[in-house]
Write a protein that binds this ligand. Structure first.
Ligand code: HEM
Length: 202
């Protein structure tokens, strides 16, 4: 996984108020204390799962609690690091419609075409006629809790009321996750329609 996720996780540990949390998590995962993750580098997927598990253990958080805290830290980081991604979207629907495209931009710097494809294939987003978004998330990570926490955080940032229905979920045995995002107070906008990838989810 591209190092941005791990980078933010280490900062979350620093800000957790638990003394030595970063060093302890790195030690448990078998990494040196001075480990840094680069934003343009792809790291071992199993390692990022282990980092999350150990962060939960050291901070005494469930995965969902960790995802909530992580989502807030991730938005703070990416708003500063990539302000254009936020400025170009008028509301949370426009932003969340672009999320897969943002991931693809991040993956475009990787040399390995298989890894780029794997990242591109994780999310497919379709704009529906009523303005809803249908998101297919298909990843061995099964971090749907992170998806939901980030979607809520993005809606909160834009001051929008977002309702999410989980139609399918790998956590409960489905082959993939399908989320339907609905904004009861937003009218379907042309901007959302224009930002959609042409691909239709199965
Ligand atoms: C500026 C905004 C964002 C940036 C720069 C960004 C970047 C990234 C990157 C680099 C990864 C690692 C990809 C990989 O190596 O597989 C990732 C993973 C992920 N992102 Fe984002 N992201 C952004 C916004 C969002 C939002 C808004 C959501 C959800 C609503 C989201 C959901 C996820 C999830 C669930 C993963 C884990 C994927 C997996 O491996 O299963 N991201 N993101």
């Amino acid at each position: 996984m591209i190092g941005l996720i791990q980078h933010v996780l280490l900062h979350l540990l620093d800000d957790s108020g638990v003394p030595g949390a970063r060093a302890e998590v790195l030690r448990r995962v078998g990494l040196p204390e001075d480990t840094h993750f680069r934003l343009d580098t792809d790291y071992d997927d199993a390692q990022v799962d282990a980092l999350l598990d150990q962060a939960c253990a050291v901070l005494h958080l469930t995965r969902d609690q960790a995802f909530e805290a992580y989502a807030s830290a991730f938005l703070a980081d990416t708003r500063e690091r990539f302000p254009a991604f936020y400025a170009m979207s008028a509301d949370s629907r426009a932003f969340l419609a672009r999320q897969a495209a943002i991931h693809n931009v991040m993956a475009s710097g990787l040399r390995n075409p298989d890894r780029r494809r794997q990242i591109n294939d994780k999310f497919h987003i379709t704009a529906l006629d009523n303005g809803d978004l249908r998101v297919r998330y298909d990843s061995p990570r099964r971090w749907c809790g992170l998806y939901l926490a980030l979607a809520r955080e993005v809606a909160h940032f834009y001051g929008d009321h977002l309702e999410v229905t989980v139609a399918q979920c790998r956590q409960r045995g489905d082959a993939q996750c399908i989320f339907q995002l609905h904004w009861p107070e937003l009218r379907p906008s042309s901007e959302t329609a224009l930002t959609q990838p042409a691909k239709e989810s199965p």
